[in-house]
Design a binder for this molecule. Sequence first.
Ligand SMILES: CC(C)(COP(=O)(O)OP(=O)(O)OC[C@H]1O[C@@H](n2cnc3c(N)ncnc32)[C@H](O)[C@@H]1OP(=O)(O)O)[C@@H](O)C(=O)NCCC(=O)NCCS
Length: 434
Amino acid sequence: MEKSFIEWFRESSPYIHRFRGKTFVIAFDGRLILEGRLHSFVQDIALLNSLGIHTVIVYGAKLQIKKKMEEMGLGAFNKHPIIDEKLIEIIKEVVGAVRIDIEAALSMGVANSPMEKAKVKVSSGNFIVAKPIGVIDGVDYRFMGSVRSIDRDAVYKHIELGEVVLLSPIGYSITGEVFSIPYTDIALHASTLLKSNKLIFMVDSMGLLDDKNELIRELALDEAEQYLAEYAHNMTEEMRGILGLCIDACRGGVRRAHIINQTIEGALLKELFTRDGIGTMIASDTYAYIRSAKHSDIGGILRLIRPMEEKGVLIKRYREELENNISKFYVFEKDNVIVACGMLIPYEEDRTAEVGCLVVDPIDQNRGTGQRFLSYIEKQAKQRGFKRIFALSTQAIHWFQQQGYLLSTYDELPLKKKKAYNIKRGSKVLVKNL
Ligand SMILES: CC(C)(COP(=O)(O)OP(=O)(O)OC[C@H]1O[C@@H](n2cnc3c(N)ncnc32)[C@H](O)[C@@H]1OP(=O)(O)O)[C@@H](O)C(=O)NCCC(=O)NCCS
């Protein structure tokens, strides 16, 4: 469902606030430029910059180098080429030209756009110290290098001045030689050395897919490792590499790594400023979790239940009632936002519990949140020694049946509940043995 502007703006505001002063490393290969998406990408970068986000851009230019070699009749650019004197000269020329294109776009690309008055200063320079990858299995890769170090202080100085730092897929050795370095290697080192909040890879496909070929929106770090172990054979080499780098980055202190589809217009903004994003996020911290509610959650709970009360799906509960019963509530929190709430109401004498006031934020529905949340509540009930759990529902009857609940009758309710049962509502009784 397409969101209205107001919904979108409201959803994005907590992120705007949270991201100010944070460092994001954004990496992409040359395709984004070759396919004509540089201008819109630059507008998004200008917007991030104006929101006080420290931005480091890392670009690759492999496709441009390949093109140049074909034009020069030099044949194909291998996957792991030996970079001799001639090739490094071509790489220097092409990488330099791409850098100039990006700088030019950042300098003028915001004119005639919503970001027209936003000035973006770009810094690029000798931030990366390279070392040769050397001789592997008897093959000397000559000017193919890897990152030895990054001048962190210099990068910090520029980003703190509000400049966008642009890192080329090239580094200089302490002996003054130039080495070609994969942009992915630079992105990983930059993000871990700068302890960036995010590392974002802009790729040409959706993020990671599950068994049903559906996009996986988020993975905890250990889930990402498990995914790589299980699905490696189904992934392209590029995606395997990028997922591996995301895992390494998260292990190295980056809070979240994202894999997003650069071919989607506004991909960066959609990923960063909507709760579910459009790609896959790997989180080193726990991104979504369920916990007991606190008094400070009452505002978030009311936001979820009020619309349901107005529709007659839930019975009205006054704020005071919520405050008195807050210890019975659980909440499902994602990125500091409460996306689901529910109550576990005990009837100790009947060794029965009720699940009540269960609501999933409409934006989050149909993604398994309700199922995950309900099974957590059931687990809590079981741990507390309850033998049965029931729910009263008027509009989610089939949903509860899908979760293993059986239609039952008023007679099966605990005595205390029978007394409070509102016959006029005609709620159905659904029961599950634990
Ligand atoms: C009922 C509710 C909690 C389900 O949460 P959810 O996160 O959307 O559910 P899940 O993602 O786990 O399950 C989605 C599946 O349930 C189905 N479903 C969702 N709501 C349903 C409903 N009210 N009735 C029947 N099926 C429903 C979806 O069609 C989907 O089916 P599929 O897997 O076959 O495609 C949520 O829709 C909600 O908050 N509803 C309003 C409040 C309410 O009715 N609460 C229950 C009374 S206590």
